[in-house]
Design a protein around this ligand. Sequence first.
Ligand code: NAP
Length: 324
Amino acid sequence: MRAAVYHRFGPPDVLRVVDDAPPPPDRPGAARVRVRAAALNPKDVLLRKGKLRRMPGRRLRERWPRIPGVDFAGEVVAAPPGSDLTPGQAVYGMIQGWQEGACAAQAVVPADQLAPAPAGLSLVEAAALPLAALTALQALRDLIRLRPGERVAINGASGGVGSYAVQLAAAMGAEVVAVCSGRNVERVRDLGAAEVIDYTAADPLAPAAPYDAFFDVFGNRPYADARRALRPADREGAPYVTTVPSPRALLDELRGRLPGPLAGPARLVIVRSGRADLEELSRRVAAGTLRPVIDRVLPLDRIVEGHRHLETKRARGKVVVEIG
Ligand SMILES: NC(=O)c1ccc[n+]([C@@H]2O[C@H](COP(=O)([O-])OP(=O)(O)OC[C@H]3O[C@@H](n4cnc5c(N)ncnc54)[C@H](OP(=O)(O)O)[C@@H]3O)[C@@H](O)[C@H]2O)c1
């Protein structure tokens, strides 16, 4: 089958596109999907570089070549017994954990890591949602527990996760303060930001009014700094969430998991795939409160270019590759 593969960890050009990759073997409880589009994520870059090979539970021993990619949209080829999925059905999802394999003509994905694709979206648009939008949803809804009327800052508002965080937070009734560079100000306003701070011109941690919550999507504003911009308040959820598992963030996360009043204020989001949350995204798409944000669409042949672009940390929304 046609697939992007890599035979060793390294820079973007370790990626090759081949026509004779063996299709992935069937697995119990998994659906076989004809992948039409796959979105790229910073996680793909970390996996490709080998940065995650020592993470606990990682079973990387060493199935080479590897096929990159975790976000996909396509059609069911074969569904596992007992599943309500049907051959030909359009689905989308995110491959969980340290597994990859989305950037290929076929992927075999546990049935609970995909859902029917949102009605009204192309498969390219559907592929642009899962990992980034699930991260934003789970951070805002489950960790921050954002409430209507709260003032929330989204740092890194124009990237993959940020573009969805702005939309979701606005739809949750929050007053969204988006933090990005000057060139993206109009884009994030268009996504629903009430206020935009260009971090090249002003300090987002010295805001006009304090925040109820701070979502550090980009990962360069640790809680120790962000706390000065937060309103002291007795809220149910965490006032601070980051995406980047620095040693400090991991320690904060352990404290954050303590019960009741002992719980620390800072949390680390660790995105989880799941049908219920994918269906939640689809409902929001149908309601018109969430739309895919796509920086560029490239053919699979140009996946190296896609990885290079992601590594600039300047993507505006998602980079999607079309498998054909
Ligand atoms: N823990 C998890 O489960 C999880 C899940 C998803 C993502 N992540 C992590 O979250 C981070 C963001 O992911 P992503 O997909 O949103 O990445 P991305 O799409 O590559 O983010 C690109 C954006 O970063 C912004 N940016 C660059 N420098 C910045 C700065 N100094 N301050 C604020 N924003 C800046 C850029 O906006 P400007 O050009 O306007 O600066 C650009 O739009 C990554 O580190 C990723 O690994 C973690």
